[in-house]
Design a protein around this ligand. Structure first.
Ligand code: SF4
Length: 389
């Protein structure tokens, strides 16, 4: 069986590919790209149909972080021209969240800069979660507040949080090159604390930080082992004023290969197309919907995304549909209270024959800097301007 047939077969059975197979996806040629997308698309449709879940970011506290994550515009010493503000009040955050919900967002992600929350911060966020749930009973709320200490995940769960995000970002071997103020193990510990408290874990990666193919495969295999429900795939936005400014290593084709590899390794989890999709995938964004089943709507934390209306048009034009609040995102086997796979009505049969392709040519990368596409976020939470959703 050729590579892609094998990977489709494994993905439909939720079987882990080998490292060699994952690496081979990243090494496919541009001639094979559409075959790779089609193959991973079959796995995506098996578990998530043609549904696209929309997520909306609310930046509760922006900038002024004491940590030194190299990729981050909010880091210690960053000179990026981003908005800086301290905690939004509960009603301000709820108002910002409402803009996303009005645009079709099913999940609101409450993010705060910093190493991790104090207990007082957890109190504040708890009030914000309650305010959002009061206004939108069905919306899922995910908190992303940094490293958690003892008991904080439980308190967030009690306040109504559904999920907690903390990304691994890169491989364990290269983590120290990206950040020195906390460790990879700290990050794993926080994801596990969230899971132990009954929160749905969201943990992903950032591609484009100079990592090797082996690093990418390492972090995705680590994520599979950690087993979060959601895996955001970010593509580095090399913001001016950060150590990684000018690091443009990605092409649209490489982004698609990375997403396909993530889908094959984590077939039945929510693969979320996250920061940097507009600047790196550019006109190939619609193809990424065949791989990811979830996207952020509108703006990111400190940079502008495309307009929410354009996201919705892109989803419709590509033949996908926005997932409604009455649909469970995850397949049934990942949701203990639900029977069936959750992805298909009337059965869970594989959705078609695997496609055929060869993988004997190395990928050719030709990074092209598109600094003109990087816009610092000036709208939404923390500003007087209407949010982009
Ligand atoms: S990623 Fe989070 S912890 Fe790291 S510098 Fe940015 S805000 Fe701080």
């Amino acid at each position: 069986m050729d590579l892609l047939s094998t990977l489709v077969d494994k993905g439909l059975r939720r079987e882990l590919p080998t490292r060699e197979e994952a690496l081979a996806v990243l090494a496919t040629s541009d001639d094979e790209l559409l075959d790779v997308v089609a193959a991973a698309g079959k796995v995506r449709r098996q578990w998530f149909g043609r549904r696209v879940k929309l997520n909306y970011l609310v930046n509760l506290k922006s900038g002024l972080c004491p940590e030194d994550c190299s990729y981050c515009s909010q880091r210690l010493g960053s000179t990026a021209g981003i908005l800086k503000y301290t905690w939004l009040k509960a009603d301000e955050a709820a108002k910002a969240a409402s803009a996303g919900v009005a645009g079709g967002a099913k999940r609101v992600c409450l993010v705060a800069s910093g190493r991790g929350p104090t207990d007082r911060d957890v109190d504040r966020v708890s009030k914000t979660i309650e305010a959002i749930k009061d206004a939108h009973e069905d919306v899922e709320v995910c908190a992303c507040l940094g490293l958690l200490s003892e008991g904080q995940a439980e308190r967030l769960r009690s306040a109504g949080a559904d999920a907690y995000n903390h990304n691994l970002n890169t491989s364990e071997a290269t983590y120290g090159d990206i950040t020195t103020t906390h460790t990879y193990e700290d990050r794993v510990d926080t994801v596990q604390r969230a899971q132990a408290a009954g929160l749905s874990a969201c943990s992903g990666l950032i591609a484009g930080m100079g990592e090797s193919d082996a690093d990418l495969v390492d972090v995705v295999f680590s994520l599979r082992e950690l087993d979060p429900d959601s895996v955001p795939v970010n593509f580095l936005i090399p913001m001016e004023g950060t150590p990684l400014a000018g690091d443009w290593h990605l092409t649209p084709q490489r982004c698609l290969r990375i997403l396909a590899m993530v889908r094959f390794v984590c077939p039945d989890v929510e693969v979320r197309l996250a920061g940097g999709r507009e600047v790196h995938l550019r006109t190939l964004q619609p193809l990424a919907l065949h791989l990811a089943n979830s996207v952020f709507l509108g703006d990111y934390l400190t940079s502008e995304g495309q307009a929410g209306r354009s996201d919705l048009d892109m989803i419709a034009d590509a033949g996908f549909e926005v997932e409604g609040a009455d649909t469970t995102t995850l397949p049934g086997h990942r949701v203990p209270s639900q029977e069936g796979c959750g992805a298909h009505e009337g059965g869970c049969a594989p959705c078609g024959e695997p496609s055929r392709a060869t993988a004997d040519e190395p990928a050719r990368e030709a990074p092209t800097a598109r600094t003109d596409l990087v816009a610092v976020r000036r709208r939404g939470a923390g500003t007087d301007l209407a949010p982009n959703a």
